[in-house]
Design a protein around this ligand. Structure first.
Ligand SMILES: C[S@@+](CC[C@H](N)C(=O)[O-])C[C@H]1O[C@@H](n2cnc3c(N)ncnc32)[C@H](O)[C@@H]1O
Length: 183
């Protein structure tokens, strides 16, 4: 089955959790993984789905042994384990990352549908990311909206700063990449 067909099937099964009409484009995947390379150290991905961003992380030269994924959907997890046998794949919510990943991660790449989540869940996810990130680490998140996917009060309450990156038109729908770090 193609990754589009699998994605559509899981979307029909669990629309709130998947929350996108198609996998992200390869152009968005390149924008999300900008700056990663063989010396990036540990990289964690939240909500990989069929692995569009995972593929781009590996294409940047990050060794598969340095990549850990957190994905809730069981069929996506089976597909990811098959596709990326040397990558660690947890069938667990992103919020569990601090229990399994030691602090010191350089980058968390998130494909999670943050905007469709309640505020307390969003905060839990971003807090989990910063619990494992190194002091100068980045949390990279895309959004289809025109503003950062966290309200300014939350950004400041968590002690973060945010940079707006590329608007990627070659994606359905077009998306913008934001990079969060400790202020
Ligand atoms: C919008 S899809 C994005 C998939 C992929 N990153 C892409 O861009 O093509 C969101 C993915 O996040 C997963 N997901 C949703 N909530 C999650 C959570 N709390 N922890 C881990 N994965 C989650 C869904 O199962 C789905 O695979």
């Amino acid at each position: 089955m193609s990754d589009l067909a699998l994605f559509r099937r899981r979307l029909l099964k669990n629309p709130r959790q998947v929350s996108a009409i198609a996998p992200s484009s390869r152009t968005l995947a390149r924008a999300m993984t900008l700056g990663l390379g063989p010396k990036s150290g540990l990289v964690v991905e939240f909500g990989p789905g069929t692995g569009r961003f995972t593929e781009a992380i590996l294409a940047r030269g990050v060794p598969p042994e340095n990549v850990t994924l957190f994905e809730l959907d069981e069929e996506f997890v089976d597909y990811l384990r098959d596709r990326f046998p040397r990558v660690t794949v947890h069938r667990l919510p992103a919020q569990e990352a601090p229990r399994l990943v030691p602090a010191g991660v350089s980058t968390v790449i998130s494909g999670l549908p943050l905007l469709s989540m309640p505020e307390d869940v969003r905060q839990g996810i971003v807090s989990a990311a910063f619990a494992i990130l190194a002091p100068r680490g980045h949390y990279v998140q895309f959004t289809y909206g025109s503003r950062p996917p966290l309200p300014p009060e939350t950004i400041s309450a968590l002690g973060l700063s945010v940079n707006k990156g590329h608007k990627v038109w070659a994606n359905l729908p077009p998306a913008t990449v934001y990079r969060f770090r400790r202020a």
